[in-house]
Design a protein around this ligand. Structure first.
Ligand code: GRG
Length: 288
């Protein structure tokens, strides 16, 4: 199975699960349930859910068991996109080829929809039997994870003389932390042994960083039509990105090296890691 086929399979499963789970648009107050569904079902690759399910598949056979966790991760991801697009953050008008949530429902509802998705995500992951799953997710999105990365990102706009450490600090937290957690949560749900969990963490950190580097590159070389979001906004906001520090070609080379290292780590994992390798390859090959 190719990465794209696996992503599509996971997308169908996660979307069906979330359609059942999320409240109907007819439940009062209707506007918040409409807003949540607008964002959650606006498209999206479901890459984090797929990574979670692929890691699960390595250590156990029935990935229905990991669906609440994989879906919860996607709710957190959607929440981060909603807040990232707000006027007080990146102020973007387009996401997944559609107007951003605040453009349709207003800023107040967009903030509240993000907040609601956070609560719903933890409701879902709390169904897992291992409490470490909740702690890892909370850590990945807190001030030492996604929120910390976003704070550093916002504060670094327009900064000159950025070092490798500066940009790595931001990307490791803002993006890699949740991607890394996705792999570990999949493996944990499948009750993978400690030694294998450590390898998943090493794999996830490299894939996560490479994912954001490629995102930075696509913001320069792609188009609004292909990406479904406003390209060129990093330059407009003078954001701290890998291409700003290293140039596009060198950044791509660095991302490729990270993906190679991630695949090397998989070599010693006991189990069939074919799909995880495919997903790692997708990180560098992706055009959207
Ligand atoms: C949600 C805890 C929490 C905090 C909010 C706004 C914010 C703090 C953080 C921003 C994090 C962010 C949006 C990072 C960018 C990550 C990224 C590369 C997004 C694009 O991911 P894709 O390509 O998107 O997987 P799709 O649309 O396919 O799901």
């Amino acid at each position: 199975m190719t990465a794209t086929e696996y992503l599509n399979t996971c997308k169908d499963k996660v979307n069906a699960f979330l359609d059942e789970y999320l409240l109907s648009e007819k439940v009062e107050p209707e506007i918040i349930h409409k807003a949540i569904r607008y964002s959650v079902f606006s498209g999206g690759k479901r890459f984090r859910a797929a990574l979670c399910m692929a890691a699960y598949d390595v250590f156990d056979g029935d990935n229905e068991r990991v669906l609440p966790v994989a879906a919860g991760i996607e709710l957190i991801h959607t929440y981060s996109l909603i807040h990232d697009d707000l006027p007080c953050m990146d102020d973007d008008d387009l996401r997944r080829g559609k107007p951003t949530l605040h453009k349709v429902y207003g800023e107040n509802i967009a903030v509240l929809a993000g907040d609601a998705l956070n609560a719903l995500a933890f409701d879902l992951v709390s169904r897992a039997e291992d409490c470490r799953i909740i702690r890892i997710l909370a850590g990945a999105i807190g001030t030492e994870g996604m929120i910390g990365g976003q704070v550093a990102d916002v504060l670094s706009c327009g900064k000159k003389n950025i070092s490798r450490e500066d940009v790595e600090f931001i990307h490791t937290r803002k993006t890699a932390a949740l991607i890394n957690a996705s792999v570990r949560l999949g493996a944990l749900t499948a009750r993978a042994p400690e030694e294998e969990l450590n390898k998943c963490r090493e794999f996830g950190s490299r894939i996560g960083l490479a994912f954001q580097i490629v995102d930075d590159i696509l913001d320069i070389v792609s188009s609004d039509e292909v990406l479904g979001k406003d390209v060129g906004s990093d330059k407009e906001l003078d954001k701290t990105t890998y291409p700003k520090v290293f140039g596009v070609d060198h950044s791509r080379e660095m991302a490729r090296e990270m993906v190679d290292q991630a695949c090397e780590i998989l070599s010693s994992v006991r189990g069939d890691t074919t799909i995880m390798r495919e997903l790692a390859g997708f990180v560098i090959k992706r055009v959207y």
